[in-house]
Write a protein that binds this ligand. Sequence first.
Ligand code: PEP
Ligand code: MN
Length: 306
Amino acid sequence: MSSSRSTPAYELVRRGLGADRTLVGLPNGATFGGETLAICAGPCAVESAEQIDEVAARVALAGAGVLRGGAFKPRTSPYAFQGLGAEGLRLLRSAADRYGLAVVTEVLDPRDVELVAAHADLLQIGARNMQNFPLLRAVGEAGKPVLLKRGLCATVDEWLAAAEYLLVAGNPQVVLCERGVRSFDPATRNLLDLSVVPLLRERSHLPIIVDPSHGTGAAALVPAMALAAVAAGADGLLIEVHPDPASAASDGPQSLRPGEFAELTAALAPVAAAVGRRMPKLVSLPERIETALGFVPYQTNGTRLL
Ligand code: PEP
Ligand code: MN
């Protein structure tokens, strides 16, 4: 993208000389862009009360601070599961509240911004909508933090210019999310571009997180790429987790089981420490988690988690 001297494409998202980085905080204390990593986890789509409740309990116990789950799904085929809509938002919010989690979910349509903003703490703009300019304007005016995914074929300049729409609309609370780009090679669903992590830290003050689930399309590849993303300097992760990936309505092949997600967060701790980052503190979980799980969770050293 060309930018003339008089009208730079992204003046507001550009990193100023010596300027601080933006810290995006959510109401439950999860932060993006600080020393502590932001861990977002949950199913591709909200499918049922039981499904989202089980995932919320399990990811909260494993250290996630933000529950993800699509209620409005951007599907390639109009015949594929489109999400539960408003009911999905309600289920997602109540599961998150039960376990002290914040909510990130996608908004597809400018007409739904108010509804989604009433349930979410972080509004996700999906890869397919990165350059949906009316949506960017509407979300920019919503007054809620935004997660802006990189478009399927978007250059870094196009991505930052899209973020500029949000800042220009008056919203400085923007988190960028690398989720892989189209490549010539079908061996993985997308090509996860981890080089943008250090690149964006140079170019912009906005926090950057990585989604290795859509970035690879394969659950077996997710843990290694999640560790690599944090080693590269990512401010957090977005990971798809499903209680039974084989029966998932969408993106089962790239979804971790809850136990695999817990193994991943355990493996992440030494990597985070090695690059000067902290793992999120386990939120103090309401007693209801004990009821939901049917047992009292203990750490391996014998301390009660609740
Ligand atoms: C998602 O997060 O479920 C999603 C649809 O992601 P993307 O927009 O990156 O494809
Ligand atoms: Mn998905």
